[in-house]
Design a protein around this ligand. Structure first.
Ligand SMILES: [Zn+2]
Length: 99
């Protein structure tokens, strides 16, 4: 999928259509392991007792699918005021910016 490196779109700060610089958002490391489900899983998997396995089917029976495409996030930067935000795009195997 080819995406123009500059696009004209609405800026919420300027409240009008302005030119934006487009770049591809890189994946960042997320802080994890603090949610309720994560804590519960941690409690289950240590020590004695049922580790929550019997409520699940064996791995061979679980439906697993792997996706061949990725959803891409674009980072838009307003050239007038400098405000940045991310916008997601449809799934694509490969994304390149056209100068
Ligand atoms: Zn702006």
């Amino acid at each position: 999928m080819k995406i123009p490196a500059k696009m004209r779109t609405y800026c919420r700060k300027c409240r009008s259509h302005t030119t934006h610089k487009v770049s591809i958002e890189k994946t960042r490391q997320r802080g994890g392991g603090r949610s309720k489900g994560q804590r519960r899983k941690k409690r289950h998997t240590k020590g004695y007792g049922n580790k929550g396995r019997y409520s699940k089917r064996p791995i061979s029976q679980r439906s697993r699918t792997s996706k061949t495409t990725k959803r891409v996030d674009l980072r838009l930067k307003c050239e007038t005021c400098g405000k940045q935000w991310a916008r997601s795009r449809p799934r694509a195997k490969r994304v390149e910016l056209i100068r």
